[in-house]
Design a protein around this ligand. Structure first.
Ligand code: ATP
Ligand code: MG
Length: 387
């Protein structure tokens, strides 16, 4: 039998500044892209979005990863007729009661009547449906303040009844809020940073700095795999793999050992910005978190920000590692992130990195390097993967 799902989306659409039509169109397109290849119908009834299918579980799994969707409700559709609504509600509630493990569960009925031709008002409908449920079941109690279950009745052209619901991914439709170049390493943090930006609707492209042969092909594959996992939340992702060996070699050869990391970070930032400029991408994003490692001090961030010519976002800046790890598990990147392959930063770590670099000192130390030439060469030789 065909099951109907009601798709609820972010109320932030009503905020000033976000254009409602653009938001809805993008969200609809993103939903359709996520469900590509699956059998379903998309119908609307007075502003509500419904997806109908014989087999909904696969669809729900995909919908759970579409940003902007706040809730996915399993709906029974019936005529806008009180007796039929009551029967639907009873059927839905019985299903929930059949798996209850305690003496009683609490509920309330909430009615939304968009169809003003319907002869009763919302309060009356809720009262009638609630009474019907109490009379025909055992183990139900009303709790209007804090119920375990809410029976929703929506009266539109048709009537819809739903109790069972699943939390959506939240956030805003992917692509509604501009674009960023994510510096994606193979670690735990940067995929989470990318996820959080994408969740707020920011389009993601990725750059990975690869130090062949010091970092293996496996390290690159791991980053590709991470980009692939992020793609499940976005519509598509391009990964730019930038050769970084020459730059690192020059830094090691010509700059003070305790400043290697910070000079390298400035190069990463320069290249990300340059690439963003070329590709018309508005910002850059990293997975840095304040105090996490020697290079992620306030002074370190100030020094690397100095070479950025556009906003450099660090969505994890104020998060604890354990919380970042929790998100990483939840979004499915953790298992890949903890694979052992080294990234270029772990190979060239100085024994005593400067934790409080001064911009003037760093600028002086790195002035022996040919930034423009090295940056341009790296970009010229990069590989592009459409994930
Ligand atoms: P992650 O877990 O994301 O690797 P980390 O805690 O290991 O982060 P660092 O190695 O200091 O921290 O890197 C900080 C940030 O710099 C990363 O989150 C990422 O955004 C960027 N970064 C580091 N190495 C690379 C790389 N090889 N390619 C692209 N970006 C990188
Ligand atoms: Mg790292």
């Amino acid at each position: 039998m065909k099951q109907l799902l009601l798709i609820k989306y972010s109320s932030e659409i009503f905020l000033k500044g976000l254009n409602r039509n653009k938001f809805e169109k993008l969200l609809k397109d993103n939903i359709k892209a996520a469900l590509k290849g699956l059998e379903y119908t998309f119908v609307t009834d007075t502003g509500r979005w419904f997806i109908g299918a014989e087999e909904v579980e696969g669809i729900v799994e995909k919908l759970k990863k579409v940003f902007g969707v706040t809730e996915i409700c399993y709906v029974s559709e019936t005529e806008a007729d009180l007796d039929m609504i009551k029967e639907c509600a009873l059927k839905e509630m019985n299903e929930i009661l059949s798996s209850k493990t305690k003496d009683y569960i609490t509920f309330k009925v909430e009615t939304n009547r968009a169809n003003k031709l319907f002869r009763m008002n919302s309060m009356e409908v809720s009262g009638e449906v609630g009474g019907h449920l109490l009379r025909n079941t055992e183990g139900l109690k009303v709790d209007v303040r804090n119920p375990e279950y809410t029976v929703n009745v929506e009266i539109r052209e048709k009537a819809y009844v739903f109790v069972k619901r699943i939390k959506g991914a939240g956030g805003l439709p992917y692509g509604v809020n501009g674009s960023t170049m994510l510096m994606l390493s193979g670690g735990i943090d940067s995929p989470v940073a990318g996820y959080l930006m994408a969740r707020r609707g920011v389009g993601i492209s990725c750059v990975y700095y690869h130090s062949h042969p010091y970092t293996s092909e496996k390290a690159k594959d791991k980053v590709k795999e991470l980009a692939g996992l992020l793609k499940e939340y976005t519509r598509n992702i391009t990964l730019y793999v930038v050769p970084f060996t020459e730059i690192q070699m020059q830094i090691i050869e010509k700059c003070p050992e305790n400043e290697l990391t910070i000079i390298m970070r400035r190069f990463m930032m320069r290249i990300a910005c340059r690439l963003a400029e070329k590709l018309d991408i508005q910002s850059v994003t990293t997975g840095e978190s304040i105090g996490q490692v020697a290079s992620q001090t306030m002074e370190g961030l100030i020094v690397s920000d100095d070479v950025a010519d556009r906003p450099a976002f660090r969505p994890l800046i104020a998060m604890d590692k354990v919380d970042i790890m929790d998100i990483s598990r939840k979004i499915g990147t953790y298992e890949t992130s903890i694979l052992p392959y080294e990234d270029c930063c772990t190979i060239f770590v100085p024994k005593h990195p400067k934790t409080k670099p001064k911009l003037v000192d760093i600028k002086k130390s790195e002035s022996v390097l040919e930034f423009d030439k090295l940056t341009e060469e790296a970009i010229e030789n990069m590989e592009t993967f459409h994930i």
